[in-house]
Design a protein around this ligand. Sequence first.
Ligand code: 5GP
Ligand code: MN
Length: 338
Amino acid sequence: MKNEAATVVKKLLDTPKKILIIPHKNPDGDAMGSCLGLYHYLEQMGHQADVIAPNDYPDFLKWLPGNDQVLIYESQEEVCKEKIAGADLCFTLDFNALNRIGNLEHALNDFQGDYIMIDHHQQPDDYAVVTYSDVTMSSTCEMVFHFIAALGGLDEIRAESATCLYTGIMTDTGSFRFPATTPTTHRVIADLIEKGAENSAIHNRVYDANSPERLQLLGCALSNLVALEEFNTAYITLSAKELEKNHFKKGDTEGFVNYGLSLKGIRFAVIFIENAQEGIVKISLRSKGNFSVNEFARNHFNGGGHINAAGGRSDENMEDTIKKFLSLLPQYKDQLTS
Ligand code: 5GP
Ligand code: MN
């Protein structure tokens, strides 16, 4: 983070403040890890912080230290609105535009204070007094670590915070294997372990917490996998019926899209998941190399994200969504095969 930005933040935090911390809708490990990692630090520094998630998140994140303090806007609207009206500062973490927080965006009309954004997605909107945006970063959790370092606060990071930040770096880097994982990422991870993050226990809690239903749903997803070798592309579909049959719970499909990318030679993988409640097909896209799924999702499926990991949505039904997807591939053939 730049020195001038650190100076502004230090000034904003030089007296005890009431602070909101908000992750994106459908928060993942990096979103919840960064919010709770920052939450523990701010509380430690004498501020009164509240994490408000736009909606619920998967059980495999519900052991994170501080989880029981998290407010969910979708089910606790009134208490969230009170917190919003009384807050001095609002950190928005792991997203780049206020339309990524669903209905919570409208509730923030009553917020009178300043925003601070910490995020690693491309093309951030301009709504914060401090925008700490860096698309080269592995994760927002790594950025929160650097943010606290810029404030001179590393000695105040306790085990609770270290555990949350470790978790988000681990999940956003695919356990330290994606290209954004740098020597600095590993140094941060080493520091977090020294500060009390129990690395092996964290991996177990996140990755070895499957239910039999989730593994059966994975079996269904894999049997639906289609490989289009001509385009080095693979896609998976999951219909609402298939989700219901396998007792789908929030978070169960996390990571499924990566199986497409594990096929030899595949550079572009997509999963289409029917969301009957919202009447949409939710899309997750992943790539290897230079093919930008951020651009693809932005241009064709109302989405965005990073070069190699993005999300989007379609308001058409599954069949028409797949037709549209297949009709787009020829124009990307050169990029996907050269
Ligand atoms: P996932 O596929 O795991 O839901 O998301 C992959 C990446 O794309 C994440 O960084 C996520 O924040 C971002 N993303 C997911 N869905 C959307 C969306 O609808 N719009 C935008 N702009 N980004 C998204
Ligand atoms: Mn992230």
